[in-house]
Design a protein around this ligand. Sequence first.
Ligand code: HEM
Length: 419
Amino acid sequence: MTAAAQTCPIGKGFDFADPELLERGMPVAEFAQLRKTAPVWWNEQPTLTPIFGDDGFWVISKHRDIRDISKDSGLWSTNAKGAIVRLPEYMEPEQLEFTKALLINHDPPEHTRLRKIVSRIFTPRAVHALEDTLTETARQVVEEALAKGSGNFVDDVAIHLPLKAIMDLLGVPEADRGRIHQLVDSIINSDDPDQPFDPITANAELMAYAYQMAEDRRKNPTDDIVTTLVQAGEDGEAMTEIEFGFFVILLITAGNETTRNATSHGMNAFFDNPDQWELFKADRPTATAVDEVLRWSTPVHAFQRTATADTQVGGVDIAAGQRVGLFYSSANYDEEVFDDPFSFTITRDPNPHLAFGGNGAHFCIGANLARMELGLIFNAIADVMPDISRVSEIKRVRSGWLNGVKGLGVDYGCPVGKS
Ligand code: HEM
């Protein structure tokens, strides 16, 4: 271990994936200490991790190290122990095995095969095709919120567009969407007590729903996206019903809460930085503003990898079988990469944030869709309710790996042109 690691002032027992900690807020000061004194730091979790068969993981806090690890999926596996650094308390080892069917928990060559099939639905053309409907939805969502006068921004605004995008992408009928929404929330926020269903039941119901969709389309092919995935493409490859079921679960969980949280944190950042909101409304630097919202919010706090062989990161020995947590929420404030990282600057360019991962094989497949949704919603807010203001502080989700928001009280202001 390096000398730096021994002099780190963060106390033994501090846990960067503790849901209670994240419910209070990001450990910004502690990350800054790590980046300076112990960029690769041992995070003990002796009583929590029998499911992983170990007693902790390495916290990787530097941008450079996270990128290097993300790009080497031969040395760094997601399949060995999954991608989630802190599993919910209800999970048993068999359930960890079960999650290995998710795309993100595959290593090459299986990952390469599945990713190729899934890429068929995320082509720039397919994403662009959603733009008109999503533009309309964004405006509708914002107008409905404005008509209420005030409310919880998360429920009234942030939730809707990501869900609509995924449901449209998969062609889920309108009548089923409300139920699916509740199931999704119960799965992803399973560490949080305010959820309608227990996560195991919710997972099973969603899986059965997706399986049924795949089976239907295999028997009765149409020109929709589900058919595209379950029918063999030019390369002869197709997804099985089970693979499709897991893909739907991943898509719904990965694409929904993340974009929602970026929207809520982004709005909150605009409240904290009114000059940036004025700038956005006047000049609409949408592309750079969206990337700054992504950097600032870092909706995924961390994903993990497991070493497949003995190795070193930043001079620290890491043994085969040990886990490393890739803390995007630290990397995105790395002083060596970002000028003035604690300033929310919507014209920041370049902005090589790692909110979508470290540019490796698992890099977020929905990144372009998420960017489009964020651009649409902030433009709709600026057009329709430019005077939006905060009336209560954000309420955070209890989670060990997501930077979630469940409450943000706002006053939507007066309709444009009225006072
Ligand atoms: C602000 C929004 C989003 C954020 C911050 C985000 C973040 C991430 C991150 C950090 C990863 C893992 C990268 C890695 O391990 O190297 C990931 C993977 C993934 N994301 Fe996203 N995501 C977002 C939106 C979406 C959307 C809208 C979709 C789809 C509708 C989506 C689908 C996926 C999938 C399927 C994967 C797994 C890819 C693979 O393993 O090959 N994400 N995302």
